[in-house]
Ligand binder design. Structure first.
Ligand SMILES: NC(=O)c1ccc[n+]([C@@H]2O[C@H](COP(=O)([O-])OP(=O)(O)OC[C@H]3O[C@@H](n4cnc5c(N)ncnc54)[C@H](O)[C@@H]3O)[C@@H](O)[C@H]2O)c1
Ligand SMILES: N[C@@H](CCO)C(=O)O
Ligand code: NA
Length: 437
């Protein structure tokens, strides 16, 4: 960045504390140090790092941090009088929550990338910010670098958002993409993702959908002006997705993706994370590798898609810096942004009552009456069939059934019924469907 913009330096600098100097924190510190004069001009006041809280002073770091900035006393740092803006990039619930609350109570505005904390206990943080008259921004918490939370909070706030569907976890998208491209099994694709450093040694949070569920809660809360926590989100990961499921989707011109879905259902909201079959013509089907994207449906704007890097130190730090400049501008003006908007106070629909569609692939005996028996199983549970395709294989046949919309519990009961039928040798694949399959 250029360094000839000195006009803003006449005003009082804003003190910044960075909590955590790992993958994201080290890049935040680097960008703050390198972007010095431009950032000052954009904020309207210089941003001065007062300290970087770390666990160990002598730990190896990706970025060189001036030794005098490092401290192991995070609590002392956030309470300093000359700290106006705090960046929390430690992660997890504690000590992150206690530190953010202390920062807010001390009058500082806060940027955090901590989806786990926001999804578990966001309201406590919003209320503390409200009480203190300070800002709490967290664009990096969902889909890393991709601007999606502030578009929902600001740009789309005059519209009526009806649905948000996101590929918000890069690790699982990478795994599913490899399964689709090479016909790899889940374990094989996971091992590759771990080798390349996408998946962590303990990949549970990603592959079991916990990371995506936290993001779904945040998206649902912002899109629908309500409070949704991680425990409200129905969650299925990708560990049960087989090469057969992916092949079945391929045969239908579809692809399997792990989606975080937040949807309005009357006055209620539905929030869920599970594998989904979507047609290859859907914009989300084009999101490959570890990329993320969030698809938004709204009454007036229509369909929108936000695409980019959902993880990584520098991309995530970009979102943190964007928030930091914004809360810095507010501080410099003696103002604050609009806080939490949860006026709609919507109930969260249980998954069983959420309306979905299923794709079911069955291995059946190729005999008279099989199709009729399968169709009866669907109708007995009040589920209407949209399409059936049969492929013969000698004595056996494969039946692929795509349902119309029905409550998820009715669809699950239909599948259970099919499993118990004599004609059905195997329920080879069951997958929920989104888009025009
Ligand atoms: N890495 C990404 O791509 C990414 C993307 C989006 C959001 N995030 C979020 O950003 C946050 C940070 O993630 P990360 O990948 O940088 O994690 P990380 O583990 O690389 O960094 C966290 C750092 O905090 C330090 N730390 C722990 N306790 C501390 C304490 N008490 N005081 C000071 N430092 C302490 C750790 O030593 C570590 O260096 C998390 O909330 C994460 O969910 C990360
Ligand atoms: N583990 C996450 C990182 C960002 O939250 C992912 O794979 O997308
Ligand atoms: Na983001």
């Amino acid at each position: 960045m250029s360094s000839n913009k000195t006009t803003a330096h006449a005003v009082k600098p804003l003190g910044v504390a960075v909590l955590g100097c790992g993958v994201v924190g080290s890049q935040v510190v680097r960008l703050l140090l390198e972007g010095d004069a431009d950032l000052a001009a954009r904020v309207g006041a210089p941003l001065e790092i007062r300290g970087v809280a770390v666990r160990r002073l002598d730990a190896p770091r990706d970025v060189e941090v001036p030794a005098e900035l490092l401290t192991t006393d995070a609590h002392g740092l956030v309470a300093r009088d000359d700290v106006d803006l705090v960046v929390e990039v430690i992660g997890g619930i504690e000590p992150a929550r206690g530190l953010i609350l202390k920062a807010l109570e001390s009058g500082a505005s806060v940027v955090t990338a901590n989806k786990a904390l926001l999804a578990e206990d966001g309201p406590t943080l919003y209320e503390a910010a409200e009480k203190a008259g300070t800002d709490l921004y967290y664009e990096a918490a969902v889909a890393g670098a991709i601007p999606i939370l502030r578009p929902l909070r600001d740009s789309l706030v005059g519209d009526h958002v009806t649905k948000v569907m996101g590929i918000v976890n890069g690790t699982t998208n990478y795994i599913l993409d490899k399964m689709d491209t090479y016909g790899a099994g889940f374990e094989e694709a996971l091992a590759e993702a771990q080798e390349l450093g996408y998946a962590e040694a303990d990949p549970t949070a990603d592959v079991e959908g916990f990371d995506a569920a936290a993001k779904a809660a945040i998206l649902a809360s912002l899109a629908f002006h309500t409070r949704v926590t991680a425990s409200d989100v129905y969650r299925e990961g990708i560990t049960e997705v087989t090469a057969g499921d992916v092949a079945s989707a391929k045969a239908m011109g579809s692809v399997v993706k792990l989606l975080a879905i937040a949807e309005l259902d009357g006055d209620d909201v539905s929030a869920r994370v599970h594998p989904v079959m979507i047609p290859r013509t859907h914009a989300l089907a084009t999101v490959r590798g570890a990329y993320n994207a969030v698809f938004v449906e709204s009454a007036s704007a229509g369909d929108l898609m936000f695409y980019g890097q959902g993880a990584g130190g520098e991309p995530t730090a970009s979102a943190v810096l964007g928030d930091l400049v914004t809360i810095g501008r507010n501080k410099a003006l003696g103002a604050r942004g609009f806080g939490e908007s949860a006026y709609a106070a919507r109930a969260v629909r249980p998954m069983g009552e959420t309306v979905t569609r299923y794709h079911v692939s069955l291995d059946v005996a190729d005999k008279a009456g099989v199709l009729a028996a399968v169709a009866t199983a669907f109708s007995e549970h009040g589920v209407s069939i949209k399409a059936v395709r049969q492929e013969g294989r000698g004595e056996d046949a494969q039946l692929v059934v795509v349902s119309h919309e029905a409550p998820d519990a009715a669809l699950a009961a239909t599948v259970q019924h099919l499993r118990e039928m004599e004609y059905v040798r195997d329920v080879a694949s069951v997958m929920r469907v989104e888009g025009a399959v």
